[in-house]
Write a protein that binds this ligand. Structure first.
Ligand code: SAT
Ligand code: MN
Length: 600
C-alpha cells in the first residue's frame, strides 16, 4: 500500500485511519489538503476514469457532470439506521440496529472493498473553521465524486487539520461505494461513538456524510447533550430600510427551501425596497446568544439543490449560482455539453442523453404511456454558496444571525392554511411536532403519500423523536427572548385541484406578515389553531388571485381539523408513552378550542 505521511500530529486520527485502511484495504491513501492544485488533479483523474464528464467550458466553466447508478438516486431511509445502545433510544422514527451488529454487518461489506482503489481522507468542518459552534469530521471515502462534492459542501483540508490539532474531537465518517449494490447498502450512525459508516451508495445524502448524517443526525444528538438545536432549516435575511431581520424555515426535502432562501421580491412589493439575503438553504444550527435571543448558523459551505423546476422564474438566483464550478448529478446532457432538466431554462433539447445516458427526445413515453423525464426528478446541483448573488454578508459570521421567527411547513393539498402563528413557544413546538407532508422524490417511496414529518426532521433526527420534542420544550425555557413560531403551506389546492397560491417570490408577502407579527404589528384573527391573517393583513398589491382564493387559503375547516387533531393523538401513541405530557395537553386544548368554535 502506498503510504503518504499523514499531515497531522493527531495520533488518534492516524490510528483510526490505519484501522479503517486495514479493514477496507485500499491500494493508496490520499489526504485531502483543499488546495486548487489538488482539485485540478482530482478532476482530471475522475474525468480519465469516466466517473465524471467535463461540461462545455464556454457554457459552464469549471462544471462537471455525473450520473449515479440507476438504483442509487435518492436517500434510502429504509437502509438508514441509528445504532444506539437500545431501540427505545432511537424511537419509532428511526430504524435501529445494535452497535455491535452494525459494525459487524457493515464491516463485512467494507472488508477488502477498496482493493484497487484509493482511500481519500477528507478533514472537514461544519461551520466556519475555528468557530466555537463548528464541528469537525473526517470522512474516509473511495469515491472521487464524494471528495469533489465535499470540497464544495464543506470547508476541507489543511486548515481543518490545523484546527483539530493533536487531540481535537472529530466525527469518524467512513464511506465506501463497495459494489453500489442496494442489497449491500447500509447507512449507519453510532451517536455514542460519534461515528458514521455508510456503504453501498454514492448518492448525496447517503454519501456526503457531513450533510444529513453529521450535521443533522449526529448533531441533533450532540445538540441535545449540549443544549442547542440542529435543524433541517433554511436561514433567510430580509432587509428593509437598512435593517435586516432573519427567519429560519423547516420544510421536508424538495419542498422549496432553496427557492425560499433565494427568493426575489415580487414586482408588486418592489417599491418597498426589500433585499433578501441567503444564509443557508438546508441546515441550521441554533444556539441561545448572550443577548437572550436564538442565533442560527449554516454549517454548510455549498448548496445541494434539486435541479428540476429550477428556472429563471422560480429561482433566478440559483441559476446564477450554478453557472460555474458546479457539479450536476443525474440531469440530462445536451449535445453542446450543457445540461437540461424538466421545467428548467428554455425548451427541451431536440435530442440529448437522459440521466441514465440513453438517447432522449421530447415526448418519449414508457410502456404505460407515462412521459419519460430527461432528468431524474431528484437530480441535483452542487454549487459553492459563495457564488450565490444573494449570499448574506453575515453567512460566515462565526456567531450566526439572530432569529426573529421560526417557520414550519409541509406540502398539503388541504387542511393547513397558507399561514398561521402559534400562540406561544410550547404551542409552536406542538405545531412543529405535528407537521405533515406529501412525499416527494427526495426519498425512495410512494410519491404524494401524506406522512407526519415533525419539524421536517423525521428522516434526520438521530434519537427518539419524543425526546426531541422534550428537548424543544426545554429549549423554550432557556431562551429568554424566543422567536415566534409559524406554520406555512404554499401547496394548498382549490376545489378545482389547482394550487391556490403562486408561491416563489410572492411568498415574501407571507414572510412580510410573519415579520410584522414578530414586531407586535400585523392584523390577525384568532382561530382554534392559531393566529391567521385577516383578509386585508397581507399586502397583495400587484397580485391577482382568482375570486375567493384568499378565503380558501386562509380558511380553517373545522371538520378537517377535528380529524386532524385526532390523528395527532394517534401519531403520539406510536411513541410508547414517551411523548411529553405538555404535547398531550396542547392536543387536548386544541380539541377543546375546536369544540368551542363549533358550538359558537
Ligand atoms: O440527498 S440529500 O439528503 O442530501 C437532500 C435531501 O434529501 O434533502
Ligand atoms: Mn434537506
Amino acid at each position: 500500500m502506498a503510504i503518504m505521511t499523514p499531515p497531522t500530529p493527531h495520533s488518534k486520527l492516524k490510528a483510526w485511519v490505519d484501522e479503517m485502511a486495514r479493514l477496507c484495504q485500499p491500494d493508496k491513501i490520499v489526504w485531502i489538503d483543499g488546495s486548487e492544485a489538488e482539485k485540478k488533479r482530482l478532476e482530471e483523474e475522475a474525468i480519465a476514469s469516466g466517473e465524471v464528464i467535463r461540461l462545455n467550458d464556454k457554457l459552464f466553466p469549471g462544471c462537471l457532470y455525473s450520473r449515479t447508478a440507476l438504483n442509487d438516486v435518492a436517500r434510502t431511509e429504509h437502509l438508514t439506521y441509528i445504532c444506539s445502545k437500545t431501540k427505545a433510544d432511537v424511537g419509532p422514527n428511526n430504524n435501529w440496529m445494535a452497535p455491535e451488529e452494525g459494525y459487524r454487518r457493515a464491516g463485512e461489506i467494507f472488508k477488502g472493498s477498496m482493493k484497487g482503489r484509493t482511500m481519500y481522507v477528507i478533514p472537514f468542518s461544519m461551520g466556519v473553521v475555528g468557530s466555537p459552534f463548528s464541528k469537525i469530521g473526517v470522512e474516509l471515502t473511495d469515491s472521487i465524486y464524494v471528495v469533489l462534492n465535499m470540497r464544495i459542501m464543506t470547508r476541507v483540508g489543511k486548515k481543518v487539520l490545523e484546527q483539530l490539532g493533536a487531540d481535537g474531537e472529530f466525527t469518524k465518517c467512513l464511506h465506501g461505494k463497495a459494489d453500489l449494490d442496494v442489497n449491500k447498502r447500509l447507512i449507519l450512525h453510532f451517536p455514542e461513538d460519534n461515528t458514521i459508516w455508510s456503504v453501498g451508495s454514492g448518492y448525496g445524502g447517503n454519501a456526503l456524510l457531513g450533510k444529513k448524517c453529521l450535521a443533522l443526525r449526529i448533531a441533533s444528538h450532540l445538540a441535545r447533550k449540549e443544549g442547542w438545536l440542529a435543524e433541517h432549516m433554511l436561514i433567510l435575511g430580509i432587509e428593509k430600510g437598512g435593517k435586516t431581520e432573519y427567519i429560519t424555515a423547516a420544510f421536508p426535502s424538495a419542498c422549496g427551501k432553496t427557492n425560499l432562501a433565494m427568493m426575489i421580491p415580487p414586482e408588486g412589493l418592489k417599491h418597498k425596497g426589500y433585499k433578501i439575503w441567503t444564509v443557508g438553504d438546508d441546515i441550521a444550527w441554533l444556539r441561545v446568544g448572550p443577548d437572550g435571543r436564538l442565533w442560527a448558523m449554516n454549517p454548510e459551505y455549498g448548496f445541494f439543490g434539486v435541479a428540476p423546476g429550477t428556472n429563471a422564474k422560480s429561482n433566478p438566483t440559483a441559476l446564477a449560482t450554478i453557472k460555474k464550478n458546479t457539479i450536476f448529478t443525474n440531469v440530462a446532457l445536451t449535445k453542446e455539453g450543457g445540461v437540461w432538466w424538466e421545467d428548467g431554462e428554455g425548451p427541451a433539447p431536440a435530442e440529448c442523453l437522459d440521466w441514465q445516458g440513453k438517447p432522449w427526445h421530447p415526448g418519449m413515453k414508457d410502456a404505460q404511456g407515462k412521459a419519460i423525464p430527461a432528468a431524474h426528478p431528484n437530480s441535483r446541483f452542487t454549487a459553492p454558496a459563495s457564488q450565490c448573488p444573494s449570499i448574506s454578508p453575515e453567512w460566515e459570521n462565526p456567531k450566526g444571525v439572530p432569529i426573529s421567527a421560526i417557520v414550519f411547513g409541509g406540502r398539503r393539498e388541504r387542511v393547513a392554511p397558507l399561514v398561521y402563528e402559534a400562540f406561544d413557544w410550547n404551542h409552536g413546538v406542538y405545531v412543529g411536532a405535528t407537521v405533515a407532508s406529501e412525499r416527494t422524490a427526495a426519498q425512495v417511496g410512494k410519491l404524494g403519500e401524506v406522512r407526519r414529518d415533525p419539524m421536517a426532521m423525521l428522516p434526520f433526527c438521530g434519537y427518539n423523536m419524543a425526546d426531541y420534542f422534550g428537548h424543544w420544550l426545554d429549549m423554550g425555557k432557556r431562551i429568554p427572548k424566543p422567536p415566534k413560531i409559524f406554520h406555512v403551506n404554499w401547496f394548498r389546492k382549490g376545489s378545482n385541484g389547482k394550487f391556490l397560491w403562486p408561491g416563489f417570490g410572492d411568498n415574501l408577502r407571507v414572510v412580510e406578515w410573519i415579520l410584522s407579527r414578530t414586531r407586535g404589528e400585523g392584523e390577525a384573527q384568532k382561530t382554534p389553531i392559531g393566529w391567521v391573517p385577516t383578509p386585508e393583513a397581507l399586502d397583495l398589491s400587484g397580485l391577482s388571485l382568482p375570486e375567493g382564493a384568499m378565503d380558501q387559503l386562509l380558511s380553517v375547516d373545522r371538520d378537517d381539523w377535528v380529524q386532524e387533531v385526532d390523528s395527532h393523538n394517534k401519531y403520539f401513541d406510536t411513541f410508547d408513552g414517551r411523548i411529553p405530557a405538555e404535547l398531550r395537553r396542547q392536543q387536548a386544548a386544541l380539541k377543546d378550542r375546536l369544540k368551542e368554535a363549533v358550538a359558537a
